[in-house]
Write a protein that binds this ligand. Structure first.
Ligand SMILES: NC(=O)c1ccc[n+]([C@@H]2O[C@H](COP(=O)([O-])OP(=O)(O)OC[C@H]3O[C@@H](n4cnc5c(N)ncnc54)[C@H](OP(=O)(O)O)[C@@H]3O)[C@@H](O)[C@H]2O)c1
Length: 308
């Protein structure tokens, strides 16, 4: 089968599309024929070795964590899905394996999907939607009526976070560039801010919760518009949380880990049509290098997919 692999930490151009042996499912694994896989900024971070303390890679390593496809075979201990079932899955980042024609994934990381949804459109859910869920409902503990600012509302995480926050009854403001303001409004944002041409701190104050996938100056300046007792959940990189605490702000870095419960929660919403996936660009598996290069330039609109 074909797989997008690396043989050492390196750069996007080091990725090779190779013919490799088909994975053999272990006792508790599900073998999935991948229909689509979704890219995440984490793929580039894993490849570069930035996350090797958390997710040490064994080489050769097949990239990719998020996928949608059909079950081909199961290990003898698997009771949750059967061959022919349509599923989505998030592999452990240290194992990867989604950017390939077949992937063997532990059954606890696989969620069955109903037959009437276009599978490929669901491939973007696992990391981005589940991270948005964790940020809002677990770390952020969002409540109806609260004011929430979501940075990068048109991005992978942001496009799901806007919808989930709105569904939770929050008043949602989101930042995006001018070309994406209508998209973010259509996802449910009550207010939108063109972050390139407007100072977001001039449009919001006394916020209950900020979800920040940008970090740096955006994160620092966000602290100034959160009420005492409010929360900031940062996802881009670890940051100092003691300074905000001294100002009465509960600031946390969120580190998303694969979790079947969260994945099932977002899958259920998608199945009912209550959570849409915004699909920006689609590439072929053979064009993984081009796809990751495009993602690394920034400006992604929703999710970028590899159609396998
Ligand atoms: N900690 C965790 O567990 C975790 C989990 C998931 C993601 N993440 C991290 O979160 C970050 C975002 O992930 P993602 O999948 O959402 O990425 P993405 O889809 O690539 O997000 C790109 C979006 O960022 C927007 N953007 C860029 N600069 C901005 C700024 N200054 N203000 C507002 N929006 C800006 C762009 O908007 P425009 O095109 O409109 O300019 C684009 O829509 C990445 O660093 C990722 O690694 C961390």
């Amino acid at each position: 089968m074909k797989a997008a692999r690396i043989h050492a930490y390196g750069a996007i151009d080091d990725i090779r599309i190779e013919d490799v042996p088909e994975p053999v499912p272990g006792l508790d694994d599900v073998l999935i024929r991948v229909e689509a896989a979704a890219l995440n900024p984490m793929d580039n971070k894993l490849l570069a070795g930035y996350l090797k303390d958390f997710f040490p890679l064994a080489f050769p390593y097949t990239l990719g964590t998020d996928l949608a496809g059909t079950v081909v075979a199961t290990g003898p201990l698997v009771a949750t899905v059967r061959p022919g079932d349509r599923v989505i899955a998030r592999t452990d980042p240290a194992s990867g394996g989604a950017f390939a024609e077949l992937a063997a994934v532990p059954a606890r990381l696989v969620v069955p999907m109903s037959a009437d949804l276009p599978l490929a459109s669901l491939a973007g859910l696992p990391t981005a939607a589940a991270s948005a869920w964790q940020a809002l409902f677990e770390a952020g503990a969002v409540q109806p009526g609260q004011s929430v600012l979501i940075h990068a509302g048109a991005g992978g995480v942001g496009s799901f976070a806007v919808q989930l926050a709105k569904r939770a009854g929050a008043h949602v403001t989101a930042t995006a560039s001018a070309a994406n303001l209508d998209l973010v409004r259509s996802l449910g944002a009550d207010g939108v801010i063109d972050y390139r041409n407007q100072d977001f701190t001039a449009f919001a104050t006394g916020l209950d919760l900020v979800i920040d996938t940008i970090g740096g100056e955006t994160l620092e300046r966000s602290l100034g518009i959160i009420r005492r007792g409010g929360k900031l959940i940062g996802l881009s990189a670890p940051f100092d949380t003691e300074g905000p605490k001294a100002r009465g702000i509960d600031a946390q870095f969120l580190f998303h880990q694969s979790d079947a419960g969260r994945l099932a929660a977002v899958a259920a919403l998608a199945t009912d049509g209550r959570l849409q996936s915004v699909i920006g660009q689609e590439f072929a598996l053979a064009d993984t290098v081009e796809a990751l290069r495009s993602l690394s330039k920034g400006g992604a609109r929703g999710k970028t997919l590899l159609m396998v």
